[in-house]
Design a protein around this ligand. Structure first.
Ligand SMILES: Cc1cc2nc3c(=O)[nH]c(=O)nc-3n(C[C@H](O)[C@H](O)[C@H](O)COP(=O)(O)OP(=O)(O)OC[C@H]3O[C@@H](n4cnc5c(N)ncnc54)[C@H](O)[C@@H]3O)c2cc1C
Length: 383
């Protein structure tokens, strides 16, 4: 949508055969991500599908209230961070793109590329090809495009945490409007919010030193039992909520990508998780991916030379996204400390939350505004 707004025709080639409207759990789209969508007039699609969660209340596993903190900063019109089911976010953006005449071709998994004098040819696993002036790899954490740009590119870093999440129905917990409750439990971390209907959105982060192999057991029955054990000694409703969850528990090992040395080569460039995956603890990965695309489209709009456009895009984005990856990794480390770390965390957190409650402390993250109309100044080459 950003490319279209910049006057550039684009086709989306997606590996999945079918829309993934029911895949995954839910996620937080931060106010800066909503603001970036607004630059291309697509914010309403997300706002209609999500609900506001501008506040977080932190608890220790013993039931001590550690403090309150804003979940992002509101935009000038009051719009705040949103919680949204992942599938609904996909659907909202896909339908909006399709409505604008953008072609999405499913079942096309990029395998390799062939350079052409005027661009690049993408070769898909099904044996077909597609040619274009540029290839933008928005192909996620395990990006093929990243490897095609730089065969020596680093692989994702396992963070030592697993993430599990789901929705629970039928419990009579009081609704927690606008608020996510975060429990720093003795053995694992638990977050939840209760909708006015009583439906509960929850997630858990569990420390796991060894990276799970491909065939690790994600079955809900196994995880329900494990989570019951992990939260058995904590105050709060975690056990009850897990118990009331149907069999749709999403389970993922958590990775990040601290620094990818090369983001572009010739006519190819990467965006989003392909270039800089962040762990979910900051709730920023999707928002950063959205910001990237808006900035990249502006660079291609305002800079004639493609290589220079990509270099300008990288220079505008790299510092910010790598800072978020570091910030998110720091938050992640507070979620599964040992006994001494836990004691220290519970002691210091009330003060830390007070210090960081100031809107200025996080303005760099949430008040990042991308003006669509402001032209991009191309990087001046040192050569
Ligand atoms: C458990 C968990 C919780 C998270 N919570 C949050 C949160 O609360 N807030 C937040 O902002 N972020 C969160 N994230 C991170 C967020 O999901 C990612 O940062 C975001 O989805 C990145 O978007 P992307 O478009 O770069 O990549 P993806 O969303 O991964 O999309 C990549 C797309 O490319 C397709 N693809 C892959 N390979 C190929 C190929 N070879 N050819 C063609 N297509 C291909 C895939 O099928 C997919 O559709 C979370 C992540 C996890 C794992």
């Amino acid at each position: 949508m950003a490319l279209q707004r910049a006057g550039i025709d684009a086709t989306i080639y997606e590996a999945y055969e079918r829309p993934a409207d029911f895949v995954g759990s839910f996620l937080n789209v931060s106010s800066n991500g909503i603001d970036a969508l607004r630059a291309v007039g697509a914010d309403h699609a997300v706002l209609d599908a999500g609900f506001s969660t501008p506040r977080m209340v932190m608890w220790s596993g013993s039931g001590k209230r550690l403090g309150d903190v804003a979940n992002g900063l509101a935009l000038d019109d009051g719009t705040t961070s949103q919680t949204i089911q992942r599938g609904l976010l996909h659907r909202a953006l896909r339908e909006e793109a399709t409505r604008r005449g953008i072609v999405i071709i499913p079942g096309k998994r990029l395998a390799s590329v062939a350079r052409r004098t005027t661009g690049v040819e993408a070769c898909f696993e099904d044996g077909t090809q597609a040619a274009g002036n540029v290839l933008i790899g928005a192909d996620g954490l395990h990006s093929v495009t990243r490897r095609l740009i730089d065969p020596a590119a680093p692989t994702p870093r396992y963070t030592g945490l697993l993430s599990l999440g789901g929705r629970a129905f039928g419990r009579t917990l009081d609704p927690t409007p606008d608020t996510f409750h975060m429990i720093f439990g003795r053995r694992a971390f638990f977050g939840y919010t209760v909708r006015p209907s009583g439906e509960v959105y929850w997630f858990a982060n569990v420390g796991c030193a060894d990276e799970p192999g491909r065939g690790w057991d994600r079955s809900p029955a196994v995880w329900k039992e494990r989570l019951q054990g992990l939260f058995a000694d904590d105050a709060g409703p975690a056990i009850d909520i897990v118990d009331a969850t149907d069999d749709d528990i999403a389970a993922y090992p958590i990775f990040d990508m601290p620094a990818v040395p090369r983001w572009h080569s010739g006519p190819m460039v990467i965006t989003g998780d392909a270039a800089h995956a962040t762990s979910p603890s900051s709730g920023q990965g999707a928002s950063l991916a959205i910001e990237d695309t808006v900035v990249l489209a502006k660079c291609l709009r305002d800079t004639r030379d493609i290589g220079q456009a990509f270099a300008t895009y990288e220079s505008l984005r790299r510092r910010r996204v790598e800072r978020v990856v570091r910030y998110s990794a720091r938050i992640g480390r507070t979620k599964s400390p040992g006994p001494i770390g836990r004691w220290f965390r519970d002691l210091c957190m009330p003060l830390a939350l007070k210090l960081f409650a100031s809107p200025d402390a996080h303005a760099w993250l949430y008040r990042h505004h991308i003006s669509w109309s402001e032209p991009v100044a191309p990087l001046v080459s040192a050569a």
